[in-house]
Design a protein around this ligand. Structure first.
Ligand code: AMP
Length: 298
């Protein structure tokens, strides 16, 4: 595994590979790697002949009051994990190398960013779209793998790739969960053991919503949301949003809509446990059986 910090050197390397007919699979991350990230890397290895993983805590996607400074950066252990997986390049630029002085471009994907996290994190998806478009250019990726953990992010990048005719496939990967249901996240490291117990309510809310819909296929959005909200009603949890939307447009459905009338219905939530903001989501159609599939449990 080569560790490179220069965007230009990574791009030159990638262009050489392309000339040799290689397919490049790319996994962008902010580091503090857990098994969820590593599953994405394994998926990348299956898709491409060459694999690039980036570790870059992107300042553009953090709001002024968010956790940019305290975000974990255990680069040595991250690097050892990637070395073990035998990837080709770890791209780990400094902030200055990545965003030189006078960097002025911003990428804005509209509509899909209007709801859910977009409502509460102004500028976040602009930061995500900007960093990803730049990373796609640098890595010359044929495949970019994104976790469904950040479902809105995944959809925004699919839209970006389609709108701008990017020659790459944005490939989704299911959420990896701990055996108790908690979606793996670098931010789980902020949780005390007591808070971690509370955090389990997010995945429990998703399971309860799914069960409600499966048992009562004529459930409305209101029925399912109140089932999920009841699970989250615990001291120490503050719900930021809890919505049901189609995966296609991410527009929250009105409460009297029948779930069965929504194509690809998915429950989306963000909640604060102490100072930690957690997100989770749960598909409500039959594919959600995959939630309990052994390969999606760490
Ligand atoms: P991050 O380092 O948090 O920016 O995440 C990098 C990539 O890993 C994103 O595509 C995330 O959606 C994905 N990811 C993070 N946690 C998980 C998880 N528990 N399961 C699947 N993918 C994940």
């Amino acid at each position: 595994m080569l560790t490179l910090t220069s965007p230009q050197v990574v791009q030159e390397t990638a262009l050489r590979w392309k000339k040799d007919g290689k397919k490049i699979a790319f996994v962008p991350t902010m580091g503090a790697l857990h098994d969820g990230h590593l599953k994405l890397v394994e998926a990348a290895k299956a898709l491409g002949n060459k694999v690039i993983v980036s570790i870059f805590v992107n300042p553009l996607q953090f709001g002024p009051t968010e956790d940019l400074k305290k975000y974990p950066r255990p680069i040595e252990s991250d690097s050892a994990k990637l070395e073990k997986l035998e990837i080709d390049v770890l791209f780990h630029p400094s902030e200055k190398e990545f965003y030189p002085e006078h960097f002025s471009t911003r990428v804005n994907v509209s509509k899909l960013t209007d709801a859910l996290c977009g409502n509460f994190r102004p500028g976040h998806f602009e930061g995500v779209a900007t960093v990803c478009l730049k990373l796609f250019q640098i890595t010359q990726a044929d495949f970019a793998i994104f976790g469904e953990k950040d479902f809105q992010q995944l959809r925004v990048l699919q839209q970006l790739a389609s709108d701008l005719n990017l020659p790459l496939a944005v490939v989704p990967h299911p959420i990896l969960r701990d055996a108790d249901g908690l979606a793996l996240s670098s931010r789980n490291a902020y949780l005390s053991s007591e808070q971690r117990e509370k955090a389990l309510k997010l995945s429990a809310a998703g399971r309860a919503a799914m069960k409600r819909y499966f048992e009562y296929p004529r459930s409305t959005v209101k029925d399912v949301l109140s089932t999920a909200a009841a699970v989250l009603e615990v001291p120490g949890i503050r719900i930021e949003y809890l919505e049901l939307a189609s995966e296609n447009n991410l527009t929250p459905a009105t409460h009297d809509t029948l779930i069965s009338d929504i194509s690809f219905p998915r429950l989306f939530m963000a909640a604060w446990v102490g100072e930690t903001r957690l997100i989770d989501n749960q598909p409500l159609d039959r594919r959600s059986d995959a939630m309990d599939a052994p390969e999606n449990i760490a």
